[in-house]
Design a protein around this ligand. Sequence first.
Ligand SMILES: [Zn+2]
Length: 381
Amino acid sequence: MTKHRSLYRTLNFLRFKRKSWFFLKFGFLVFALIVFCEYIIYYLVIFQCRWPEVKTIASGSKQQTPAPVLKVMFLADTHLLGEINGHWLDKLRREWQMERAFQTALWLLQPEIAFILGDVFDEGKWSSPKAWAADVERFRRVFRHPPHTQLIVVAGNHDIGFHYEMNTYKLQRFKKVFDFGELFSIKGINFVMVNSVAMEGDGCTICSSMEAQLIKLSHLLNCSRQEKYHSNPNCSGIQQLSASAPILLQHYPLYRRSDADCTGEDSAPPEKKNLLFEERYDVLSKEASQKLLWWFQPRLILSGHTHSACEVLHDGKIPEISVPSFSWRNRNNPSFIMGSITSVDYSLSKCFLPLEHTVLTIYCTAGILVALLILTHCQPV
Ligand SMILES: [Zn+2]
């Protein structure tokens, strides 16, 4: 009898040991799966992105010393959810994805500047002071960056409201957090940041003051680009900047009829491509677009707002790149643009982030395998 009991105890112990070992292995597999899908996948995908090559001496230029290269990341439409719209799980998930993608990109690619082309928040247009403060705090956590990387944000309609919702209060609280002015010059490259929501052209106070600033700035930049700058009486006494043509950064794209001519895997879906854009809502008005082109004669324009990719050529020579949304809430395949820029040239490439479908497929497949494993293991012998 005692012998039987002892055998029974040993068998029980062995069964318990086997079960514990199984659950330990199972726990480790689940842990490894989460680490892979929530951390490692970002490294694997972003590791494949490379800074594009750029010419450092302009063709035909007498200049011999190469122009320094600036490495810039452009992203748009992060739409950090506020307290009203969206489920808390959605907010948690999307912010985690953006945080991992941004932090991994900073670590692997070491950009010198990251520009966000508007709509960083989803509810900045109506959020209470308390909600705004909470949104800003989360933004600072998600997009934290080392001191050698600068983060510059352009205003979007979800940050300060569409033109009819925008007011001095909303604009000022945005500027208090993200004030970089209209001009940012570095390594001889001039970036002009336009508050495109204020390009309504209706003479509102904010719009008039913004236009006056831009006219002044365009005068400064155009004078600096003239070879006979000093002998031009219109330019006398004006501070000279780099002679490089500016790069315009804004939220609304310049006027285009629709996204019908946009190509690429992250352009607008077929059912949306032929929808006509509404001026002052989807894109800038024709008049405002023309003004910006006249004033600045930019060499490149980058914009957001449409959440999809597009490349447009204005006046047959000025390219505009629509940067797709950086949030998985808006796309299955978010991305950012990598730019190697000098004062004489630039080269851009796109870095895609992990597809949401891929991550979900990995989780689902792993879930099915785990269920099968448990079922097989728990079969009575
Ligand atoms: Zn927008």
